[in-house]
Design a protein around this ligand. Structure first.
Ligand code: ZN
Ligand code: ZN
Length: 361
C-alpha cells in the first residue's frame, strides 16, 4: 500500500509500506478520508522529539475509515462500520487519563507520531486506542470527508471552551489558516455577535469574509490596535484567539481585550523562541483571563462530530484540495508549498464528491 513515511534523520519519503499485521485485540481500518495537519508538515520538515534517530513512521492523524478487519478478541466493533478516530492515546493510568483528558497525559502517544498513521490505505488501531474509546462510530449522514476534520475541530472546540465564549460576545482571531477559519465558523455557530479576523494574507482574509467574518484586517497594512479600537468604540473585544505561532501577536493580544476579556493562546510557539513578555498591568487593571490548551480530548471529538451533524455547520469551504490517496505525494507537494487551505486525501469514491463541493464555491 502507498504511504507517506517520515524517517527521523532522513526525512519524508513516499512509497510502498507493508499491510499492517493485526493482533487479536486490534482493529484494521481502511482509510476513507484523511487530511494533512500542520503537525504533519512540522514533522516532515523538522522531525519530532518522540521519534528515535532512524525510526520510521507513516504520517497522518486526522482520518475516518471503514473497519476492514476485527481482531478475534474485539467484540464491540464489526467489519463495515465507518468510524472516526480521536488520535491521542493516553498512558491509561495517570490523573489526566482518569478524567478522559488523553491530550494532557504526560505520556501520550499518537497516530502519525509514535506509531503508524493514516496517510496510507490501511491503519492498525492498537488495543489501547480501542479500550480508551477513541474509535467512534460515525452516523451515515456524515461523510468521511467531513469526519476527517473532526480532530482539528476538536482542538477548536477545546480552545473555545477554555475561552468560555458566550452568545453575543465579540471575538478576534489572529490567523485565517484552516485552524483560524475553523475558530471563525465555530464562534459564529456558538453565537458570537462579531468575529474579527487578522492575517497577513489577503486571499485567506477573503475566505474569512466569505465564511461570515464581521470584518477582516491585513496587519501588514496598519495597526491592529487602532483597527480594533475603531470597531469597538475603544472598548476592545471579549475574546482573542491566537491561531498563529507568532510571539508579537501574543503580546499585542492583551491590549485588544475589553474588561473581563479572555485570551486563548491556541497556537504554541517554537521552543527556541524564548519567553514572551506580557503587559501584566493590562491583565491586572482589566481583569483579564489568559489561558491556553493543547489538542482535544475524545469528548471534544464527540462534540465536534455533533456540531458537524447539526446541519448548521459547514467546513467544506476550507477544504481547498481533495486528492485520491494514491496521489499522496502530490498532496504533500501542495501542503509543503503553503498553498491552499485544508488538504484532504480520500478513497477514489469520495474524491469527486469533494471536488464537486470545491467547485461550487
Ligand atoms: Zn491535526
Ligand atoms: Zn496518562
Amino acid at each position: 500500500m502507498i504511504a507517506a513515511k517520515y524517517t527521523q534523520g532522513t526525512g519524508l519519503h513516499f512509497g510502498e509500506a507493508p499491510m499492517p499485521r493485526l493482533a487479536d485485540d486490534e482493529l484494521l481500518v481502511r482509510v476513507e478520508a484523511t487530511s494533512i495537519c500542520g503537525t504533519d508538515i512540522k514533522i516532515a520538515r523538522l522531525g519530532h522529539r518522540k521519534l528515535q534517530p532512524g525510526q520510521s513512521i507513516i504520517l497522518g492523524h486526522e482520518f475516518a475509515g471503514t473497519i476492514e478487519q476485527v481482531g478475534r478478541r474485539q467484540h464491540d466493533y464489526r467489519e463495515g462500520m465507518v468510524v472516526g478516530i480521536a488520535p491521542n492515546i493516553g498512558c491509561g493510568h495517570c490523573a489526566m487519563c482518569g478524567q478522559g483528558l488523553m491530550n494532557l497525559c504526560p505520556d501520550f502517544s499518537a497516530f502519525g507520531i509514535n506509531f503508524d498513521g493514516s496517510h496510507t490505505e490501511y491503519v492498525r488501531i492498537p488495543a489501547a486506542a480501542v479500550a480508551q474509546g477513541v474509535v467512534i462510530p460515525l452516523p451515515e449522514s456524515l461523510s468521511p470527508l467531513d469526519a476527517t476534520l473532526a480532530e482539528p475541530l476538536s482542538c477548536v472546540v477545546n480552545g473555545q471552551r477554555v475561552a468560555r465564549l458566550a452568545a453575543g460576545e465579540s471575538v478576534l482571531i489572529y490567523g485565517a489558516g484552516p485552524m483560524g477559519l475553523m475558530h471563525l465558523a465555530l464562534a459564529l455557530f456558538s453565537g458570537a455577535a462579531q468575529v474579527f479576523m487578522v492575517d497577513v494574507n489577503d486571499a485567506r482574509l477573503a475566505k474569512a469574509a466569505e465564511l461570515g467574518a464581521s470584518a477582516v484586517f491585513n496587519s501588514l497594512r496598519g495597526s491592529v490596535r487602532e483597527w480594533v479600537a475603531g470597531l469597538t468604540a475603544g472598548q476592545g473585544v471579549d475574546i482573542v484567539v491566537t491561531a498563529v505561532p507568532v510571539r508579537a501577536v501574543q503580546q499585542e493580544a492583551v491590549e485588544l481585550l475589553a474588561p473581563f476579556g479572555r485570551l486563548c493562546l491556541f497556537a504554541g510557539l517554537p521552543k527556541d523562541e524564548g519567553k514572551v513578555e506580557l503587559d501584566t498591568n493590562a491583565i491586572h487593571y482589566k481583569n483579564l483571563y489568559v489561558t491556553g490548551m493543547t489538542g482535544g480530548s475524545p469528548q471534544d471529538f464527540r462534540v465536534a462530530l455533533r456540531v458537524m451533524q447539526s446541519g448548521r455547520f459547514n467546513l467544506k469551504p476550507i477544504v481547498s484540495h481533495v486528492f485520491p490517496l494514491a496521489e499522496v505525494r502530490k498532496a504533500y507537494d501542495v501542503a509543503l508549498s503553503g498553498q491552499g487551505l485544508k488538504i484532504v486525501m480520500a478513497a477514489e469514491r469520495w474524491v469527486n464528491t469533494g471536488k464537486a463541493a470545491a467547485s461550487e464555491r
